[in-house]
Design a protein around this ligand. Structure first.
Ligand code: NDP
Length: 330
């Protein structure tokens, strides 16, 4: 068995030296437990926060401990009636080839419904994040103009498509390469998209949204947030999902300099955590699973092979190496 541990805490952008890949004995399941052989590992931006010691909404990883996180695997040994050998489960024990679990900490998946790894992306945590943020937090309505940053990522690519399907007047996305922008326009049905590296976001957004923005789904923060505030219409809504442009910052980052517009525009800005929207999961799955099955929602995965590649996949995620969901296949 092999596992990836946090070797040390990064200051700023992490490097491969902050991880340690270690070979260990295959663990033995105790009474009432199962042994799972993992097949897919999730690579997520929030793991950057857990590499630091700062207090946040999930406890920091401990130095020398395995990088916990989303994973899918097959039960290969079972000491319980609740799960059988061959069952495919989703769990949170992360970057290891083998995991010993109590059945209560594993969710059994139906492998015939969709490729199992979809439960780490479009039908899983990122999918629910997009759905909850857009409809519950930003209260998106038919006829809204919606802007989403990080639009070619796991969450953002679904936000744009859900907005279109719910009758948005115009959907605008930003992403970090010409190829990603083409994907948004040609395959995902965005009305406008731009590469934020091509010039100031404020100017590119103004061109893409001449009539302003009603909903901004923020995955990025910083310059994007300031530009969105500038483009927001009266009674606009901002759902703050993530601020990835600041996750590696070593200095406190400036607030949006135009925040005072919140008064005249009477806009709302709300942060949220997907974990608080668990009650929406059944509605989300009932609505989105058929759309995925029928090809009305498109999703993409960037797949890296082998657990030893997980640290590099994570570094690539932080610098835009993924289109859609970043995954490691074992
Ligand atoms: P993504 O698949 O979107 O991957 C991250 C992307 O961020 C990269 O592909 C890169 O794309 C982009 N990026 C990196 N640095 C910058 C930068 N400086 N400026 C702009 N874009 C940047 O990840 P997810 O879909 O999993 O997550 C998207 C966001 O949602 C993250 O901020 C994450 O923390 C947040 N999140 C929040 C949750 C919650 O409960 N609130 C739950 C899940 C995710 P590019 O090439 O376009 O730069």
């Amino acid at each position: 068995a092999t596992e990836v541990r946090l070797a040390s805490r990064p200051e700023g952008m992490p490097t491969l030296d902050h991880f340690e890949v270690v070979d260990v004995e295959v663990p033995k399941p105790g009474p009432g437990q199962v042994l799972v052989r993992n097949t897919w590992l999730s690579v997520d931006p929030y793991m950057r926060g857990r590499m630091s010691s700062a207090k946040s909404y999930v406890a920091p990883f401990e130095v020398g401990e395995v990088m916990d996180g989303g994973a899918i695997g097959e039960v290969v040994e079972s000491n319980t009636d609740e799960l059988a050998v061959g069952d495919v489960v989703l769990h949170g024990l992360g970057w290891r080839t083998h995991a010993v679990l109590d059945p209560a900490r594993a969710r059994k998946l139906d492998p015939s419904a969709a490729p199992v790894q979809a439960h780490l992306s479009v039908l899983g945590m990122p999918g629910l994040t997009a759905y909850a943020g857009l409809f519950d937090v930003a209260n998106m309505r038919e006829g809204d103009t919606v802007f989403v940053s990080g639009a070619a990522g796991a969450v953002g690519s679904l936000v744009g498509q859900l907005a279109k399907l719910r009758g948005a007047k115009r959907v605008i996305g930003s992403a970090g390469s010409a190829e990603k922008v083409r994907w948004l326009l040609d395959e995902l049905g965005f009305d406008a998209a731009f590469n934020y590296k091509d010039g100031p976001v404020r100017e590119q957004l103004r061109q893409a949204a001449p009539d302003g923005v009603d909903v901004y789904f923020d995955n990025v923060g910083g310059e994007h947030l300031e530009a969105a505030i500038g483009a927001l219409n009266v009674h606009g809504r901002i759902a703050v999902c993530g601020m990835i442009s600041q996750y590696n910052a070593t200095e406190p980052t400036p607030a949006p300099r135009n925040l005072a517009q919140i008064i005249a525009k009477r806009f709302t800005m709300r942060g949220f955590l997907v974990g608080d929207h668990e009650h929406l999961r059944p509605t989300f799955l009932a609505e989105v699973s058929p759309l995925v099955r029928d090809g009305k929602i498109v999703y993409r995965e960037t797949v890296v092979d082998g657990i030893r590649q997980a640290p590099q996949a994570f570094l690539d995620l932080l610098t835009g190496g993924n289109t859609g969901k970043m995954l490691v296949r074992l």
